[in-house]
Ligand binder design. Structure first.
Ligand code: OAD
Length: 296
């Protein structure tokens, strides 16, 4: 099969003349901010595959363990800073009226980079939202407390980089915390609170999905950007196919050569770190960006 294009200049010309642009982002976008990806190196959390903790069943079985996992991820996300990739996408959103960015990331870094809310959809929710596990409807949005509650403080400790946080050492038992001491729903008072993310076996927010589908179906799409995602989780990954059906040229930004699989000679593949590549790709529209993500 013929390879996809790799010319930055050719992409810049395409972007200049493009109107409707869809993006799908994944954990790789936040890799340069120091946040671990799901399926990449260092994949385990203690001895668990992280995806095995991301289910309602896992929470039912051991809510304390699942909360420790999320409390640790919240802490990392709150400590991390958006990188140039997040800023580049946020700037593109400000410049292009018809740009919609779908992110699978729950770390809050795109909103913190100033990505306009109307042009961003958090497909998998947010680590910073807490909602009732019993589905009474209560949701506490953008909760920035760290630790999320005193009992989960061992997940929010900072350790020098050469030492391992005890919580992350599978040989050290998970701190013993009673279920009463993890967050409870203040509304129905019967349920536990849980992270406001979409877990495996759960559906994405129906209203959000139908709004996204309407946007996709409306008319021709010029570009589909696929940034830092293994594109293996549905329905998110399906948007690349939908956009292609609407005429889109697919543009993949990812250090993994395998992620160019399925691209055709009219598509583009930029192999590398999204925080380095995106500012270059968008420069013609957003201007030059300094190392901190400011437009010069
Ligand atoms: P994955 O961990 O599956 O994939 C991360 C992708 O990022 C891989 O293709 C890496 O090659 C790429 N990558 C790594 N470093 C990068 C960098 N610096 N720049 C660009 N790309 C880089 O993460 P996702 O595809 O986001 O869902 O995973 C999708 C979903 O699966 C997540 O939202 C989560 C997970 O289970 C739920 O929790 C529902």
């Amino acid at each position: 099969m013929m390879a996809a294009k790799t010319s930055i200049d050719e992409f810049k010309n395409l972007l200049n003349s493009s109107n409707r642009i869809l993006a799908l982002c994944g954990a790789g976008l936040s890799a340069a901010s120091g946040l671990p990806t799901f399926r990449g190196a260092g994949g385990l959390w203690r001895n668990y595959d992280p995806t095995s903790l991301a289910t309602p069943k896992a929470f039912q079985r051991d809510p304390v363990l699942v909360w420790f996992f999320y409390a640790w991820r919240r802490h990392l996300a709150l400590k991390a800073k958006p990188n140039r990739g997040h800023y580049a996408l946020a700037e593109l959103a400000k410049k292009k009226d018809n740009f919609l960015c779908l992110t699978q990331n729950v770390d809050g870094l795109s909103p913190r980079a100033g990505h306009p809310e109307s042009k961003l959809r958090l497909l998998h929710g947010s680590l910073l939202d807490n909602k009732c596990f019993n589905e009474c409807g209560y949701i506490d949005r953008n909760n920035l407390s760290d630790p999320v509650c005193p009992a989960l403080a061992p997940a929010a400790e900072d350790y020098p980089s050469h030492q391992t946080l005890p919580l992350l050492d599978p040989n050290v038992p998970v701190p013993s915390v009673k279920t009463e001491d993890i967050p409870h729903c203040p509304n129905c008072k019967t349920g536990l609170l849980r992270p406001g993310v979409v877990w495996f076996t759960e559906s994405l927010d129906g209203e959000m999905l139908s709004e996204v589908n309407d946007w996709v179906d409306q008319e021709r799409i010029d570009i589909m950007l696929v940034v830092g995602t293994a594109a293996s989780v549905y329905p998110a990954a399906g948007y690349t196919f939908k956009a292609r059906d609407k005429g889109a040229i697919v543009v993949v930004v990812n250090p993994d050569a395998d992620s160019s699989r399925g691209l055709t000679p009219r598509d583009f593949f930029f192999q590398g770190d999204a925080s380095e590549i995106l500012p270059q790709l968008f420069e013609g529209v957003i201007g030059k960006m300094d190392e901190y993500g400011n437009i010069l």
